[in-house]
Design a binder for this molecule. Sequence first.
Ligand code: NDP
Length: 305
Amino acid sequence: MEVLVQLEVLDVSAVIMDGKAISKEIQTEIADEVSQFVEQSGITPCLAAVLVGDDPASEVYVRNKHRACERAGISSQMHRLPASTSEEELLELIARLNAAEDVHGILIQLPLPASIDTLKVLDAVAPGKDVDAFHPENVGLISQGRPRFLPCTPHGIQQLLDRCGIEVSGKHTVIVGRSDIVGKPMSMLLMAKNSTRGPQAANATVTLCHSRTRNLAEVCRTADVIIAAIGVAKFITADMVKPGAVVVDVGINRTEDGLCGDVDFDAVSQVAGHITPVPGGVGPLTVTMLMYNTLDAAKLTLSGE
Ligand code: NDP
């Protein structure tokens, strides 16, 4: 499948890494695997999504995840709770889902209302059903290089880079952002000795930057690969990028002009060798890798984990 597109219309020189196309390619692979698994085991993988409150962005994310389940042949449950739900009520629901034999993956859509202790809730999800890989047990396994589940956004980025023919092994990768969801787990996957795509998609030399990093632009200019997960629109500018570098934009920022990433796409694409667009870059892969993990969670039930 042709996943790399030279964008001539905008007169950009970078190769666009088409996350949407790659995501579809992986979805087809997952759907094939799901149908084989169902045939052999008689078990249909099932993802239970929990949405508390009525945040419009969360509604969209949960709907996208539900559709991705349908496409993959994975069944899904939707548990909608009002914003007034107490922490105790939410924990009770999670306990029921943990015990339900027909539920293999549990997804708690974030953010939760401020009245609820998010970490307490995430810690309550059974590690074997924690398809977001947020539970401390799963984070620990990832850091030791023996993951049970791979964090969805970082794993999607690893898949994207490898399927675009970009090796990260031995290369200097600068990640901007140290969140528990993106930056930190991304650093762990890239510095690991191996990956689901082989050693060429891991073994990177990783620098993890954040708001206290000194001389950030200078650090970024030394990068062969930049991964931007900051949450500030167009933060990465052309002068921060080494000519020919690979730039992955994780950011999703809603601005007056619509959605945009953490990278100043128009300017950076004149300098970079490869770049992801927003939308259509990392976003679709995150949802797809959640399907990957739900299938894995269903497989775990067979091995008694
Ligand atoms: P967080 O807000 O949790 O983390 C942001 C990180 O950026 C922090 O580590 C922060 O540093 C760092 N940062 C903020 N300002 C600066 C600065 N001026 N210089 C250097 N570093 C800075 O965000 P997330 O990781 O959750 O998300 C990042 C972006 O990615 C958001 O736009 C989010 O919407 C998007 N996202 C997209 C996904 C997708 O599927 N495409 C999935 C998840 C997130 P410090 O720690 O010092 O405060």
